[in-house]
Design a protein around this ligand. Structure first.
Ligand code: FES
Ligand code: FES
Length: 167
């Protein structure tokens, strides 16, 4: 048994030391997911596992047997961009683009977390069933994704615009 990456079955690496990030980039040829710090500090390697965001540099591929992985390559296509991808373009949410795949994957689940009522450090009412994603919530919840180009204002504007169009 293996895992699924962007809807396609993939065999697990024989070497149990291979990280999920290295499996995606080096063995499957999916360079969209980026290696920034490789130690869990920057968020560049964020992917979705069964829809939930994780840092793939801190994950061993063999841990995810039977799970469904989605990378930036699985979120949209050149002719049918994901709403967040389109919004990042419209709001200058990137400069070099290195952090962008991780930002977008992270934002996809961040929105879902708020809709499930998962509180953040800045949530005032912990009993809210669905949490309103205002500027403070967006910045707090995206704080694990760093952008060395300083495009954070555009990133937040892009995510805010996308909230209504995301399923
Ligand atoms: S590369 Fe994984 S958090 Fe930086
Ligand atoms: S756009 Fe360059 S690191 Fe974010």
């Amino acid at each position: 048994m293996g895992l699924t990456v962007n809807g396609a079955p993939v065999a697990l690496p024989e070497d149990p030391r291979v990280s999920l990030l290295d499996l995606l980039r080096d063995r499957l040829g999916l360079p969209g997911t980026k290696k920034g710090c490789n130690q869990g500090a920057c968020g560049a390697c964020t992917v979705l596992v069964d829809g939930m965001r994780i840092l793939s540099c801190l994950a061993l591929a063999v841990q995810y047997e039977g799970r469904s992985i989605t990378t930036i390559e699985g979120l949209g296509t050149e002719t049918a961009l994901h709403p967040l991808q389109q919004a990042f373009i419209e709001h200058d949410g990137f400069q070099c683009g290195y952090c962008t795949p991780g930002q977008i994957c992270s934002a996809v689940d961040m929105v879902a977390e708020a809709r499930r009522g998962v509180p953040s450090h800045v949530t005032a009412d912990l009993a809210e069933e669905t949490i309103l994603l205002d500027g403070a919530e967006l910045r707090e919840r995206m704080s694990g994704n760093l952008c060395r180009c300083g495009a954070h204002n555009g990133i937040i504007e892009a995510i805010a615009q996308s909230l209504e169009t995301m399923a």
